[in-house]
Design a protein around this ligand. Structure first.
Ligand code: ADP
Ligand code: MG
Length: 624
């Protein structure tokens, strides 16, 4: 037996490791299983190139709890280590990595892998660690023990099989890691798709009855290894080898609690200028932008790293689900470090491009299908358009603008369709839109009577999208159908005929203003045709849009809250206007105005509570 002191200048590094290194103690298991996997894959490689003349077989990794001895075992059949290798890789390399870490990052919130500290993460949960290992090179097996001080012992072992066993003597404050459920949960979280089978205990399997078995025959039950992981998840395969069903099955594997079917998948496969594979799914989103559950998972060589992908994928793609696997993403590093990382930035730009290209090709391949799914994917696409310029540039190929009549236009088609009819007298193309087909029906009908197209923009970020389109496209302006009377929304050089004198108009305005007696409402007289509605309520596009944007966390140029402001558009050529003027009794005049105003409010969805009750009671009385 030999004794030695681990090559380290920091007096006792273990308390430091425990305290600073990892915010999440549980990742020790991921690190040790990763090492076991690496050791197995290295052996496979050596066998393939003929450098290891041993039977590779079908190695697996076993994780075992020994409650009686309070130990946790991670056992592999990989290449193992000779005593020189233990000396070199465990005693020296690992600790030079530790020193480097401690020197550079006194206060960092967890950097691992990078510095070769993976193995030592075991000391976060164990107060003694043993390594029993036998190299494939047919050397004698060795047994390394370290109790958390820089001293270790190294002695011969009688281990006969190739590979490494790591034994953790779990510390008093980490007893949870002796719990079977806890370990199973961790293995499923971090190792569910690792490339070497991982055994954790056994499970019962019922054998199928042999053919022609008697009616009352009992199926035989056998104990089989419980393999935690799927070593060949879909993203590691070639797209050509996968069917749609395979992708859906993988989606279920990733999100067992998710019952909907994904709408599309995007298989990412890049090897230059960085390595990246993955599969992204578009779930059915509707107008739902809750991104807290079932997020995209980030892997590094099939090892789960995190599902906090902010900064790695662009924000808009956080609405998607799926996996991204890249060896170029540093494992378990701090957020700020990740975001500044050049490779990560490139990855983000690349994924954005891939998603845009895929959308364009889906639209080309089957436009009808794409249109049908539009409502469920539009939030992602619109969010991408407002937040990523590169995505916006490409979006003309696949962004759709649905009309209230169920047609879907691309931007080019839309502007082509409306440019003759819906051009203002100052030369701007006016896109009329609604955010609520039912709530704005009257206004939509008025616009349609004029032969105009009304498009439906009802996503939570529509106001931002509109802003973006107005800024980027030339000579175009968006107005919601209820932003003003249609004649003002699309102004044409038309001669207006006034039935009322200026004096009569002033009287009318005064009478209405006095009756309404509400500062939020402005009276706006218009010379419309007699058949136009006598009263309608409109809401300025600008004010309303600012309010919407503020609500969805956008521009707040003015700070504070936007007040609700409405215009009452009164058709001064209507019969009702004349009748209001002609009515002598002040009470009757007010009653007419009130009823007309309430009808207008009703149409805009503004009549509520007491006002609505009064209106209904009054209306019943009128019909008797
Ligand atoms: P890294 O995995 O980043 O190299 P670790 O601290 O996790 O750093 O491991 C240090 C080294 O110890 C590994 O590079 C490897 O040479 C050796 N090692 C650790 N675990 C095993 C194992 N199960 N089998 C063989 N070698 C191992
Ligand atoms: Mg490691």
């Amino acid at each position: 037996m030999s004794k030695g002191s681990i090559n380290v200048s920091v007096e006792n590094i273990f308390p430091l490791i425990k305290k600073f290194l990892y915010s999440d103690h549980e990742i020790f298991l991921r690190e040790l299983v990763s090492n076991a996997t690496d050791a197995t894959l290295k052996l496979k490689h050596l066998c393939n190139i003929g450098e290891a003349k041993v039977e590779y077989g079908q190695p697996m990794i076993e994780v075992k709890i020994d409650r009686d001895n309070s130990t946790l075992h991670i056992i592999d059949q990989g290449l193992g280590m000779t005593s020189e290798e233990v000396e070199k890789y465990i005693n020296q390399v690992a600790f030079s990595g530790a020193e480097e870490f401690i020197n550079q990052h006194q206060d960092a919130d967890g950097i691992i892998g990078h510095f070769g500290l993976g193995f030592y993460s075991a000391f976060m949960v164990a107060d003694k660690v043993e390594i029993i290992t036998k190299s494939f090179k047919d050397d004698a097996a060795v047994h390394w023990t370290c109790d958390g001080s820089p001293e270790f012992t190294l002695e011969p072992s009688d281990k006969t099989s190739r590979g490494t066993e790591i034994i953790l003597h779990i510390a008093e404050d980490s007893k949870e890691f002796l719990d079977e459920y806890k370990i199973r949960e961790l293995l499923l979280k971090y190792n569910k798709f690792m490339p070497i089978p991982i055994k954790f205990g056994t499970r019962k399997e019922t054998l199928p009855l042999p053919e022609g078995a008697a009616e009352d025959a009992k199926a035989e039950e056998i104990e089989v290894d419980d393999i935690i992981n799927n070593p060949t998840p879909a993203w590691t395969k070639m797209p050509a080898d996968l069917t749609d069903e395979d992708y859906t099955a993988f989606y279920r594997e990733l999100y067992p609690m998710q019952f909907d079917e994904p709408l599309f998948h995007i298989h990412l496969n890049v090897d230059y200028p960085f390595n990246l594979t993955g599969i992204l799914f578009f779930p059915k989103l509707g107008n739902n932008i809750n991104i807290d559950k079932d997020k995209i998972q980030l892997y590094q060589n099939q090892v789960f790293v995190t599902d906090e992908v902010k900064g790695i994928v662009p924000d808009f793609l956080m609405l998607l689900r799926g996996v991204i696997d890249s060896p170029d993403i540093p494992l378990n590093v701090s957020r700020s470090y990740l975001q500044a990382d050049g490779a990560v930035k490139k990855i983000s730009a690349h994924i954005t491009k891939k998603v845009a290209d895929k959308m364009a090709s889906l639209m080309n391949q089957n436009r009808a299908d794409f249109e049908q799914k539009w409502n469920d994917i539009k939030v992602v696409i619109e969010y991408g358009m407002v937040s990523e310029d590169k995505f916006f540039e490409k979006s003309d190929k696949f962004a759709l603008y649905p009309t209230v009549d169920g047609k879907y236009f691309t931007w080019a088609e839309l502007t082509e369709k409306i440019k003759d009819q819906q051009t203002n007298k100052d030369g701007k193309v006016v896109v009329l839109y609604t955010s609520d087909v039912d709530g704005q029906d009257q206004y939509i009908e008025i616009a349609k009577e004029k032969g105009y197209e009304v498009i439906l923009l009802d996503s939570p970020i529509a106001s931002h999208l509109i802003q973006k389109l107005e800024q980027s496209k030339e000579n175009v302006t968006f107005v919601r159908v209820d932003a003003d009377h249609i004649n003002n929304l699309i102004e044409k050089d038309e001669v207006k005929i006034s039935k009322l004198s200026d004096e009569a108009k002033t009287q009318l305005t005064t009478a209405i203003t006095e009756t309404i007696d509400n500062k939020s409402y402005t009276i706006q007289l218009e010379d419309l045709s007699a058949s136009d509605a006598p009263f309608i309520i409109t809401e300025s596009e600008f004010m309303r849009r600012m309010k919407d944007m503020q609500q969805t966390g956008g521009a707040s140029m003015f700070g504070g809250n936007f007040p609700e402001m409405f215009n009452v558009v009164v058709n001064s050529n209507s019969d009702l206007a004349s009748e209001i003027l002609a009515t002598e009794s002040k009470e009757e005049k007010e009653a007419l105005i009130k009823q007309a105003l309430d009808l207008a409010k009703l149409s805009k969805g503004l009549l509520k509570g007491k006002e609505l009750t009064n209106f209904i009671n009054r209306s019943f009385k009128n019909i008797k």
